[in-house]
Design a binder for this molecule. Structure first.
Ligand code: UDP
Ligand code: MG
Length: 189
């Protein structure tokens, strides 16, 4: 364990002096973030904020055991939305999408944890509310894919998440915190 820790520490993992326990964080050979440190961008869209769904969204991610490492409410600038949805700019629904995303504040969050990108996509449900399974965020709350909004955004790949987190957050706005003794008090799901 000691040599594993030392090797990981050399690569800059969480096995430094401040690490609370044994070094168990595997690293990809690519040198990218470990699965345990995987992060994703989640944003409650304007309809979700206006329908008072922010607390419900946070509760679902916390109960799933993910760690909140960044959060802010903002009126999304059009330049950010243009970059965020750059792959969709030729879609017929793009102008409506930008105006919907500009129709009120959004709550942007960065969540961290094992496979958080894939899991959060499952948690939010299908883009089309008609196809979103009951129990998912969109399946429970979304009425229409675009007309009245689909409540929430979550990155759809690890690379996309890294790009989106850099777009929405300054590095100083993300907090790298460690679980202390209170961790055990997370209520059972
Ligand atoms: N969207 C839309 N009409 C469509 C497809 C997408 O208005 O036919 C909007 C919708 O708000 C969706 C967003 O564009 O969430 C981004 O689309 P994407 O395909 O990336 O879906 P998501 O990743 O949000 O599930
Ligand atoms: Mg998408």
């Amino acid at each position: 364990m000691g040599s594993l820790c030392a090797r990981a520490a050399l690569r800059g993992s969480l096995c430094g002096a401040g690490a609370p326990g044994p070094c168990l964080l595997p690293r990809h050979s690519s040198g990218g973030p470990s699965q345990t440190q995987e992060r994703t961008l989640v944003a409650v869209k304007p309809d979700g904020v206006q329908r008072r769904l922010v607390g419900d969204v946070i509760r679902r991610f916390e109960r799933r055991g993910f760690k909140l490492v960044g959060m802010k409410m903002l009126q999304a600038p059009e330049s950010v939305l243009a970059q965020h949805y750059q792959d969709l700019r030729r879609e017929p629904f793009y102008p409506g999408l930008v105006s919907y995303m500009s129709s009120g504040p959004v709550v942007a969050m960065v969540w961290q944890g094992h496979n958080v990108v894939r899991t959060s996509r499952a948690m939010i449900g299908d883009t089309d509310s008609a196809a979103a399974a009951p129990g998912t965020i969109r399946g429970d709350f979304s009425i229409h894919i675009s007309r009245s909004g689909n409540v929430i955004h979550a990155s759809d790949s690890v690379e996309g998440a890294q790009r989106e987190i850099r777009l929405w957050f300054q590095s100083g706005e993300l907090v790298d915190w460690t679980d202390g003794d209170h961790h055990a008090s997370i209520p059972p799901a």
